[in-house]
Ligand binder design. Structure first.
Ligand code: BT5
Length: 279
C-alpha cells in the first residue's frame, strides 16, 4: 500500500496520557516517558536495578539504539511506534523466564486483535505477525542474582503509524498497523490496551497458571513444516507443540522430537521432489 505520511497530527504520548483511565492494577502504575532514549530496555533495567517496583513502564517516542535479540537493531522512525519496556518481578526460576515472554506476547497479540480487528498471530518465540508480516517484536532480558530471577525486562516494539516500505533497513517481510488498516491508529489507546491485556496473563502467571494452550492457539506456525535456526544448528520439522516454558517442539522427518528454547523460525515447504525450501 502506498502511504507516504501516516503520522497523525495529534498522536502524543506522555506518562499522563498513558495513565489516564488505564485501569490496571500493576502494569503502568508507574510510567517513565522519554522523548528520545538509547533503548527502553536499558532504561528499564536501570530502574529495576534501582529497586523500582513490579509493573514499572518505560515508554519512548524514539530510540537511538533500539535492539532486538542477538544484538540486532530495532528500527522505528520518531513518534511512529510503540517502544516500551516493563519491569516485571515475579516468583519464577531463571529457567522459567520465557513464561514471561509468553504472557507479554499473548497480551500484545490479543490487544492488537481486539483494538484494530487485524488478525494478529504469534510467530515463535517473540514476533507478532499480521497476514504473515512482522508488525511487532518482543525482547525479554532477565535480571538474575545468584540462583534467583530478580526481574525480567520485557521490551515491546509495535510498528504503528508509518509506512514500513518507506523506511530503509526494515526488512520487506515487515508491516505496520497503519499499513494493514489503511489509516493511522492512536498509539496511546493501543498502548493502554496492550498493558491491560498483558496484565490478565501476567496475573495468571503470578498465580501459578500456565499459558501454554493460549500461546499455542495463536501460533502462526503450529502444524506447519518449519525451519528453525538456533545458535548451534538448523533444525527442520513440523511444529507440533509448545511446552510450558514456551519451547517449540518439532517433529523431524525421522520421527524424532526436538525441543527448542530459542531460535528463529522460517516457514518451509516441501517442493515436488520432497526437498526443503523456504517460503
Ligand atoms: C525483536 O528481535 O523482534 C525484538 C524487538 C524488540 C524491540 C523493542 S522496542 C522497545 C524495547 N527497547 C529495545 O531496545 N528493544 C525493545 P528479533 O527477533 O531479533 O528481530 C530483530 C530483526 O527484526 C532485525 O534484525 C530486523 O531484521 C527486523 N526489524 C528491525 N526493525 C523492525 C521493525 N520496525 N519491524 C519489523 N522488523 C524489524
Amino acid at each position: 500500500m502506498a502511504m507516504t505520511n501516516v503520522e497523525m497530527t495529534n498522536d502524543k504520548i506522555s506518562a499522563a496520557i498513558i495513565q489516564e483511565d488505564l485501569r490496571t492494577r500493576i502494569l503502568g502504575r508507574r510510567v517513565v516517558y522519554y522523548e528520545r532514549i538509547g533503548s527502553t530496555n536499558d532504561a528499564a533495567r536501570q530502574l529495576a536495578d534501582a529497586g523500582k517496583p513490579d509493573g514499572t513502564l518505560v515508554i519512548a517516542d524514539e530510540q537511538s539504539a533500539g535492539r532486538g535479540r542477538l544484538g540486532r537493531a530495532w528500527i522505528a522512525p520518531a513518534r511512529s511506534s510503540l517502544l516500551m519496556s516493563l519491569v516485571l518481578r515475579l516468583d519464577l526460576r531463571p529457567a522459567q523466564a520465557s513464561r514471561v515472554t509468553m504472557a507479554v506476547t499473548l497480551g500484545a497479540c490479543d490487544a492488537i486483535r481486539a483494538e484494530t480487528g487485524l488478525p494478529a498471530q504469534i510467530k515463535w518465540p517473540n514476533d507478532l505477525l499480521v497476514r504473515g508480516k512482522k508488525c511487532a517484536g518482543i525482547l525479554a532480558e532477565s535480571g538474575i542474582v545468584g540462583e534467583k530471577l530478580e526481574y525480567v525486562i520485557v521490551g515491546i516494539g509495535v510498528n504503528v503509524n508509518f509506512a514500513v516500505a518507506s523506511v530503509a533497513d526494515i526488512p520487506p517481510d515487515a508491516t505496520s498497523i497503519a499499513d494493514e488498516l489503511g489509516r493511522s491508529f492512536p498509539r496511546a489507546q493501543l498502548a493502554q490496551a496492550i498493558l491491560r491485556a498483558i496484565e490478565v496473563y501476567y496475573l495468571r502467571l503470578c498465580a501459578g497458571q500456565n499459558l501454554r494452550d493460549e500461546y499455542k492457539h495463536r501460533l502462526a506456525t503450529l502444524d506447519q513444516f518449519v525451519q528453525a535456526q538456533t545458535a548451534q544448528q538448523i533444525v527442520e520439522g513440523i511444529a507440533v507443540d509448545v511446552d510450558e516454558n514456551g519451547a517449540l517442539v518439532l517433529q523431524r522427518a525421522n520421527g524424532s522430537i526436538v525441543q527448542l528454547l530459542a531460535g528463529d523460525v522460517t516457514l518451509s515447504h516441501r517442493d515436488s521432489e520432497g526437498t526443503l525450501g523456504n517460503s
